[in-house]
Design a protein around this ligand. Structure first.
Ligand code: ADP
Length: 460
């Protein structure tokens, strides 16, 4: 793929965002994961002094719930007006395909409007730290912030180290809409900045989305340093399965599998990781699946024909590649696509496993593990999936109505998808979130979520 520079040249100018006016000399470049030659901007990580200054400057948002709602709605308008710029950064900084970028922008706008429209009148917790991941650098980032702001909190936002530019642009739009700068500050940086922002007694609550391991660290840092009862809202990983039985419609199942496992290069917490196919249809289904994989276009997300882009960075690429190499050494790779050799791409791959219990943790990339089951083993499969301890998404492809009910009643998962892809949520009506190792709840985009951003004594 020839390196083609997209139209937008984004430069991180020493950020006039209160505490993060770090010197440009300390700035590090942000890398486009698809094009080694493209660095869409630079970022200066916040120092300990920046974090302290932000904590000192923070002031809860004093406006009435109606005013807060109006301003968040105005910010949603500005996101839409600045679609082109946000869209370009989603591709260049996060490797999002155009389809994914549109969906993400819509979700971010929905969060702003939904939380704005439901701004509570309870007293806010006070000062909220919001820590977000790179896989939805606009939607999750904006969702956390807008919920905390709708409730009247002061917010310190720490985006993932891989995606600070889009966070920076989003914050500028929120400020332009009227969110006071003392109520919303950006602290870019890596885990060390996150650790400072979750272990300072001036912080009253934390919203976090990322790995289960980091959530545990944050929980213990909060327990050691914050006031007792300070809320932690954590959305973490999944080890998500789909069951396809012998009555499933094959074309429908294959489309759902491809989208669930390989869109966004498999880098969604909801992505399908382990497919269970009933033994008697397995060979035919896998043949259809590999045929459909050959039709996928994996490449530069900037191109309209691209279905899926790169993984986020070289560290992620190396970790996933090692997982595939081990499976290959054991003769378990069933099929692998071809992808560009430059940029941090991983070829979509099918790997044979005995069961989901073979996977110690989530592999955050376009790797689908495949197991088979016999007709009398369905309950055993469900028990094995439940025993992982995760409980985020689950998919079922069947035409047996009783089975839909039975499986839905017994599987532990926050979001269950039947005869469709295992993707997405609808802000307001189908909130998203998991159980067990997958998160603390309440689900984001749902009515109970906002309540957790209130002062603990207002929470029931
Ligand atoms: P991912 O696998 O998505 O990178 P992480 O849990 O490592 O998941 O990162 C999610 C977010 O948490 C990022 O913004 C990251 O910088 C931040 N983070 C990492 N370590 C810590 C920590 N010890 N305390 C607080 N935040 C952290």
């Amino acid at each position: 793929e020839a390196a083609r520079t997209p139209y937008l040249t984004h430069r991180w100018t020493a950020a006039p965002l209160l505490a993060c006016e770090a010197s440009p000399a300390a700035a590090v470049p942000v890398q486009n994961p698809a094009l080694p030659a493209d660095q869409p901007g630079t970022v200066a990580p916040a120092s300990a002094e920046d974090v302290n200054a932000a904590l000192e400057a923070a002031q809860p948002w004093k406006a009435s719930p109606a005013e807060r709602g109006e301003i968040l709605n105005k910010a949603a308008d500005l996101y839409e007006d600045n679609f082109g710029m946000l869209f370009a950064l989603l591709a260049r900084e996060a490797g999002k395909s155009q389809l994914d970028a549109v969906a993400e922008l819509r979700e971010a706008v929905d969060f702003l409007r939904y939380y704005g429209a439901n701004a509570p009148s309870d007293a806010p917790a006070g000062l909220f730290t919001c820590i977000s991941p790179w896989n939805f650098p606009l939607a999750i980032f904006s969702g956390q912030i807008s919920a905390a702001l709708a409730a009247g909190n002061a917010v310190l936002a720490k985006p993932a180290e891989q995606t600070p530019l889009i966070a920076y642009e989003a914050i500028k739009l929120l400020h332009a809409a009227g969110v006071p700068r003392t109520a919303l500050q950006l602290l870019p940086g890596a885990g060390d900045v996150g650790a400072m922002l979750t272990s300072d007694p001036r912080v009253d609550g934390v919203a976090f989305t990322g790995s289960t391991e980091t959530a545990w660290k944050i929980r213990s840092a909060m327990a050691d340093n914050l006031a007792p009862g300070a809320p932690l809202l954590a959305e973490t990983g999944g080890l998500n399965a789909m069951i396809v039985d012998s009555t499933a419609l094959p074309e429908q199942a294959v489309t759902a599998i491809i989208e669930s496992a390989f869109q966004s290069a498999g880098q969604r917490c909801s992505a399908l990781r382990c497919l269970y196919v009933q033994e008697d249809i397995a060979d035919g289904l896998i043949e259809m699946l590999t045929g459909a994989m050959k039709e996928l276009h994996v490449g530069n997300p900037w191109e309209l024909r691209t279905d899926s882009g790169p993984v986020i960075d070289a560290t992620a690429q190396a970790g996933i590649a090692a997982h595939i190499a081990q499976a290959d050494a054991e003769g378990r790779v069933m099929f692998q696509m071809e992808v560009p050799q430059t940029g941090t791409f991983i070829a979509p791959t099918l790997i044979k496993v005995n069961s989901i219990a073979d996977l110690e943790r989530e592999i955050f990339g376009p790797v689908l593990h495949v197991a088979t089951f016999k007709s009398n083993e369905l309950d055993e499969v469900i028990n094995t999936i439940n025993a992982t301890g995760y409980g985020l998404t689950f998919g079922l492809q069947t035409r047996i109505d009783d089975r839909v009910q039975h499986v839905s009643d017994t599987i532990h998962a926050g979001n269950i998808y039947v005869n469709r892809n295992q993707i997405g949520a609808i802000v307001g009506s189908q909130p998203f979130g998991g159980e067990g190792l997958s998160g603390t709840g309440p689900k984001a985009g749902g009515p109970n979520y906002l309540a957790r951003f209130a002062a603990p004594d207002a929470q029931t």
